[in-house]
Write a protein that binds this ligand. Structure first.
Ligand SMILES: Cc1cc2nc3c(=O)[nH]c(=O)nc-3n(C[C@H](O)[C@H](O)[C@H](O)COP(=O)(O)OP(=O)(O)OC[C@H]3O[C@@H](n4cnc5c(N)ncnc54)[C@H](O)[C@@H]3O)c2cc1C
Ligand code: FES
Length: 287
């Protein structure tokens, strides 16, 4: 079992857990992920490693409650335990001294880009961060991003914090101003990563994205996470999660992410009905 040592809410429906998982903490590198299961009947949930403390043997995860499994995960808290916590999975980010790197995080892509920004800064790069959300209250880990970057630009769709607009706006501005950029790293919703790729491609700016396709086993066996990159089939769990953004077929990725929408909706409705039918004390202690 993997105990949850600390839990906090970062934004509405966004939670952070610190998990006691020494074997993962000792090996994890920026860009990798874990797959967890809450209990015997639980689905596998892939989540990016948002940080580790190798001395304490702990791993930090941050998740958005989007459906049945993440909602159930959100009912847990410090003192509860997870049945499985497998990792680190996927290839680590390629880290070297590139020069100037722009690290972009949107929504729950911010905790994923944070360790990458830290690693790139430690490798001697000048790191420019761009972080965005729909509204100020949904913006997470801004202070930590500020610490991981030399410069940080914040955007919100409604202008309630930082500049009004999308994360691609400052990026397009840097490009228009002729700022020297050697690498762009973007993690967030597929539509955001597609927009980043569209902004950088005409200028030949090397751009890397971390894909969040639907995963089942996380070990290359099931084919669930299949994506097309440069016309070739790749499995995000073993070939990625990071790929050359200009080669990714984002439309196919988004179509495959929506593939089980009806089943996911039904599962969530059933879960909510079950929870509201249960007497209060039978619902998990943190429910
Ligand atoms: C490598 C990787 C890293 C990720 N890191 C994070 C993270 O750090 N924080 C975070 O909030 N989310 C992350 N995700 C997405 C997260 O795994 C899904 O939100 C979660 O599995 C949804 O499960 P659910 O039952 O709550 O939702 P569901 O109702 O089952 O699905 C809601 C949506 O979530 C996506 N999804 C569903 N099942 C899976 C699955 N098995 N694998 C991937 N996506 C799925 C689909 O797009 C789906 O439409 C990551 C996904 C991958 C592949
Ligand atoms: S999740 Fe099964 S092949 Fe990648």
């Amino acid at each position: 079992m993997f105990p949850i040592l600390a839990a906090r809410t970062l934004a509405p429906l966004v939670k952070e857990f610190v998990i006691d998982a020494r074997p993962v903490a000792l090996k994890a590198k920026a860009g990798q992920f874990i797959v967890l299961r809450i209990d015997e009947t639980g689905e596998r949930i892939p989540l990016t490693i948002a940080g580790v403390d190798a001395t304490q043997g702990t791993v930090r995860i941050v998740f958005l409650e989007v459906g049945k499994s993440t909602r159930k995960l959100g009912t847990l808290g410090a003192g509860d335990s997870l049945l499985d916590f497998v990792g680190p999975l996927g290839n680590p980010s390629h880290v070297e001294k590139f020069g100037t790197v722009v690290c972009i995080g949107g929504g729950v892509g911010v905790p994923a880009v944070l360790p990458i920004a830290h690693a790139l800064k430690a490798a001697g790069n000048h790191v420019i961060g761009i972080t965005g959300a729909r509204r100020a209250d949904l913006l997470i880990l801004e202070d930590e991003m500020r610490g991981a970057c030399h410069e940080l630009f914040v955007t919100t769709d409604d202008g309630s914090r930082g500049d009004r607009g999308l994360v691609t706006d400052p990026l397009r501005r840097f490009i228009a101003e002729g700022r020297k950029i050697d690498l762009v790293v973007a993690v967030g919703p597929a539509i955001m990563m597609k927009a980043v790729a569209a902004a950088t491609q005409p200028h030949g700016l090397k751009t890397v994205v971390s894909l969040n396709s639907v995963m089942v086993d996380g070990t290359g066996m099931c084919g669930g996470c299949r994506v097309t990159v440069g016309g070739q089939t790749k499995f995000v769990c073993v070939d990625g999660p990071e790929f050359d953004a200009h080669q990714v077929n984002f439309d196919e990725l988004m179509m495959r992410q929506r593939m089980y929408r009806n089943q996911e909706k039904t599962a969530l409705t059933r879960y909510d009905e079950c929870r509201s039918a249960q007497p209060r004390e039978e619902v998990t202690s943190r429910g």
